[in-house]
Design a protein. Sequence first.
Length: 500
Amino acid sequence: MAMVEDIGSLKAHEELLKGREVQREEQQFLMARARDSSGVRGHGRDERKDKSKPEAWYGSIQYLVNISAVGAASCVLLFLLVKLRFDHRRIPGPSALAAKLLAVYHATAPQIALHCGADAAQFLLFERASFLVLAAVAAAAVAAALPLNLLAGDAAIADQFFATTISHIPKSSPLLWLHLLLTAAVVAIAHLGISRMEDALRITRFRDGNGNPSDPNSSSVAVFTIMIQGIPKTLAADKTPLKDYFEHKYPGKVYRVIVPFDLCTLEYLAEEWGKVRNKISWLEARMDARNLFHEFAQDETQQEEHWIVRRCKELWAKAAERFGFTDEERLRKLQTKKLVLSSKLSDYKEGRAPGAGIAFVVFKDVYTANKAVRDFRRERKKTPIGRFFPVMELQLERSRWTVERAPPASDIYWNHLGLSKTSLGLRRIAVNTCLILMLLFFSSPLAIISGMQSAARIINVEAMDHAKSWVRGFPAGNDGKLMDRGLLDFSFAMFAHPKF
């Protein structure tokens, strides 16, 4: 009996252990299931968090296409609404516009040089060659590099733009050698195109290292002429000292010396004289009409007006006469200004006006013109410090001269003769800066905006964050929607900079 009881107790103990093991396994299974479910929920929260983040408004292919379309549309609208309207006083019709564009397209380099000057012909040749080089490089990139990056690449990249670049191809891939070959092909295409462009630029109406006409059919006086900048403006009234100086330096070789007047000031004076004349005519007509009205209606108006109104008019007339606000005083000032302008314009007619600070010296042969340019450049470089100049050179301000080959007459903006170097430099700096900024923004906007954002964050982080939190509280319109996040980022990147 005791043995049977021991066996029964052993079986009960074994069943108890098995039950505990089953419970432990069930607990472990439940714990593992709970961990899996919590991990899935956390991953879902991360995904939702990532999805809740706004995507950048720049950097994608769609943005690059949009900004390129905006730039192209702006250029076309400027041509249609500004250039054609300025040239033709009104916008031509579709047939006239098509005929004009076809005529420009079929125009040859000599025709362009004849009508617009050699610089215009060179510029169009340069633009045409640059376009062909860029088109060839773009065709090679789109036909070879783009399919290689899209189809052969298998790197994990979520951005669409980076999927079109070499970053889509994994490291240590043999396909990278194809990119090296494509780079060599692009360099060869660019070198060939630039070489052809140099050859084409040599064949223009007037551009040669020795000053000779590069086109044998051309006959330009500019090949015999040098241009001197920085001469005294008083030489326009009497150019004898300058002519004697060149006759002494190159005897028997000088054909003519031309010292133009300050044509910029002449244009301004002529424009002001026309405005003053029109104002005088308008004032005289107004005064005649007022006198005629007072002559016929003075008695009736005096009877109808109250004495207070009449007294106020008298006081106003006395005050206007005292401070010079009457039509008679304005007419007197305008007539005085007209006399002053007329005297200045008469100086131009009689040859006493100031010059533009530029002179043109025409020689009898091309060799002397080339020699003069070389001599003046050599003297400018080798002039020792403390050298004593002759009296004639001091009167002509020889140390300030800048001598170079004269461009053709059609390439000179004659109305700009007389502008100061400061105004010309500021105009050149402003135009070139705007062109460079437009080129940089439309070619690589992602780099520009990212760089501005990084600079703004580095310079003043607190001010940028405070401005963002302040402006985001204001709706952009009546619909209550907040302003676009990308626009805010771009604007704060600009206004956080110290210059703004």
